[in-house]
Design a protein around this ligand. Structure first.
Ligand code: TXA
Ligand code: MG
Length: 354
């Protein structure tokens, strides 16, 4: 649903902006005035508001339909700005900043009192990210404030990786959308909790625990709820994981997420068997009058899978398929693990093994 150049606001309620300097200035003014602007980052599109303005942040929760205990990531444009948000920069935090910023890594650190509770969902920690996307950096710079930005989708829907996805979910609910390029990474940033003894990945992303370990020279673990969710499925494939069965440390990880409109099923196992089973299930369902969309990535094409996964879910929804069948990726690979985290959630942990 990306509009051709030159017919900017045709049929749209929300202001559509380009990445030109003038438009970035306009967007920055909206943020400074307490408004909401969706903008591209290298991971997914974000829905931005002044992170230090409680009313603006409250509007973000409302526009997304997001539970208010689910904290936001605060985006900055210079590494030194993290000092406004946290009193504590350990050598490990500094090493991660040096190695991975700007980029798709979010650091959870102790928060300073000036960061509003509403931004952090009442937690005494704050999640901070310095994105790599130039448009995002220009916007934060021009706004002259840190920008709180969850993914720019309605709560529960797949994250948006293209401006058209944002229009579909949030047109009429926010003040402006900056129409930039499609997102390079395609899944959200890695979130790592730096407040405990052992750095802990709360949300997997393309920067893997192994890459973090290499940068700081010590052990980094995945939050046990990430593995538990997986093991739970293994123990009880018929029932999947109940939303309240496990207690992740990252509040956002407990909600039903990324769900397409269609019913979704993941098929896992040896590749040829998976292909055959998907083919069988597709034919069977089509005979019964259901339209079926298939998501099957090339073997070991983890980066491509990350890039395409949310876009494919949204495209299949637009086609109006009744059912989506996806082939599981190997989650022995760190990026595969990150994509599988999203795939299993979008399928509501509905999985069959062959
Ligand atoms: O790539 C990204 O991170 C994108 C772009 C826009 O930057 N943003 C994004 O935001 O994915 P959101 O709100 O959709 O996801 C933020 C995640 C949630 O799972 C949230 O619970 C977690 O980060 N989070 C935020 N603050 C936290 C904190 N203080 N402690 C633990 N988890 C936190
Ligand atoms: Mg999100």
């Amino acid at each position: 649903m990306i509009r051709p150049e030159g017919c900017k606001n045709f049929n749209m309620k929300t202001l559509l902006l380009t990445t030109e300097r003038e438009d970035i200035e306009k967007a920055a003014r909206i943020i400074r005035d307490g408004g909401l602007v969706a903008f591209p980052t290298e991971t997914v599109y974000g829905l931005g508001a002044n992170a230090l303005d409680e009313e603006a942040v409250a509007r973000v929760y409302k526009a997304k339909g997001r539970p208010s205990d689910n904290p936001m990531i605060v985006h900055i444009s210079r590494a030194s700005d993290i000092g406004q948000l946290t009193p504590m920069l350990s050598p490990d935090i500094v090493a991660l900043i040096e190695n991975f910023w700007p980029g798709p890594l979010t650091l959870v650190v102790k928060k300073k009192p000036g960061v509003p509770d509403i931004t952090t969902g009442g937690l005494d920690t704050v999640a901070v990210r310095l994105p790599e996307s130039q448009v995002a950096l220009d916007l934060i710079n021009a706004a002259c404030c840190p920008i709180a930005a969850p993914s720019a989708n309605l709560s529960g829907r797949p994250s948006p990786t293209r401006a058209g996805d944002v229009v579909q979910d949030l047109d009429g609910k926010i003040d402006a959308i900056i129409q930039g390029e499609d997102c390079r990474v395609g899944i959200e940033s890695t979130v790592v909790d730096m407040t405990g003894d052992v750095p802990t990945v709360l949300r997997p992303g393309i920067i893997t625990a192994e890459a973090l370990e290499a940068a700081i020279g010590k052990r980094v673990v995945y939050d046990k709820s990430l593995k538990e969710a997986r093991e739970h499925v293994a123990l009880d494939p018929a029932h999947g994981v109940g939303e309240s069965d496990f207690q992740p440390k990252s509040p956002g990880m407990k909600y039903r997420h990324y769900a397409p409109k269609a019913d979704m099923l993941v098929v896992e196992g040896e590749r040829e068997k998976v292909k055959a089973e998907i083919h069988r299930l597709k034919e069977l369902n089509e005979k019964l009058g259901n339209s079926v969309g298939v998501i099957m990535f090339e073997e070991k094409a983890f980066i491509e899978a990350a890039h395409d996964f949310f876009a494919k879910l949204r495209d299949l929804d637009r086609e109006g398929v009744d059912m989506i069948i996806a082939g599981a990726l190997s989650d022995a690979d760190g990026v595969g693990f990150a994509v599988m985290n999203r795939m299993l959630k979008s399928a509501g942990y509905n999985i069959v093994r062959v």
